[in-house]
Design a protein around this ligand. Sequence first.
Ligand code: CP
Length: 322
Amino acid sequence: MANIIQSLQHFTKFESFDLGNQLIEQALIYKENPTLDNTKGVGKRIGCIFLNPSLRTRVSTQLAALNLGMEPIVLNMDKEGWALEMHAGVVMNRGTVEHIKDAAAVLGSYFDILAIRAFPSLTNKEEDTSDFVFSQFVKYSGIPVISLESAIRHPLQSLADQITIRENWSGKKKPKVVLTWGPHIKAIPHAVANSFAEWTLGMNHELTITHPTGYELDEEFTKGATIEYNQNKALEGADFVYVKNWSSFNDYGKIISTDPSWMLTENHFAQAQDAKVMHCLPVRRNLELSDEILDGRRSLVQQQAKNRIFAAQSVISHLLGQ
Ligand code: CP
């Protein structure tokens, strides 16, 4: 077990360089020996509550809990649970059946840790940016909560991404990390991009963000990054290139470009011969990112996905304590 330098109540965002480093180191220990702490969670249960679809987050979190001897129980709240009312004081005479106050308190009494996925509406900017839905679970459950992706952050993905960067970087200088927007046909949340920026800057890497005009992210997450609107210029000398689509933040939730020239192909890497390419998955092939990149020597996407297990294991282990 890596030395504990900070104790978390919940895992919802980047906290500090030292804690990030500690979680990365612990994850790498678990990757070497997944069953090292396989009695730590015996007799305890984690509830994984999904208000939205998932492949990686759902399965990797369950595997992480099982590696620690903990029992995971998954509830697909969007399909199997009652329709939840999130607002206080309303007369519930419309579509919602159960208030979050009651549902979260019940879940808090059933589990030792709660893990929640709650995407943004992309229509109500004020509620989304305050992480309103996710915060209701934290407020009313009364137990430690892990974010499985909220309206504004995806910290388990970002931890897995930082583990992957650590595994692939042996250079003495800081790596140059580039976050590039990629085209998409749907309005996509900002959570992965926000969190990747937050963690990359927090772990003291150099970060350049590139996107078409109008796709500026919330400055709360990008302060300290270089914003470069010319993608080719941004890619010059890159060591890691993280590809992600997101919808407009300023013109909230809108698609304002689908320009296919932003999709990375080998032609984009003339000035970044050794750059590695990352994506959180799922990815729309040949729309957001080309087959030749995804299937080629640069791609770290499968390594990132595998590291989701050990990121979650490190976090659950931390919340379980010594
Ligand atoms: N990257 C990620 O969170 O994948 P899922 O949406 O499949 O969980």
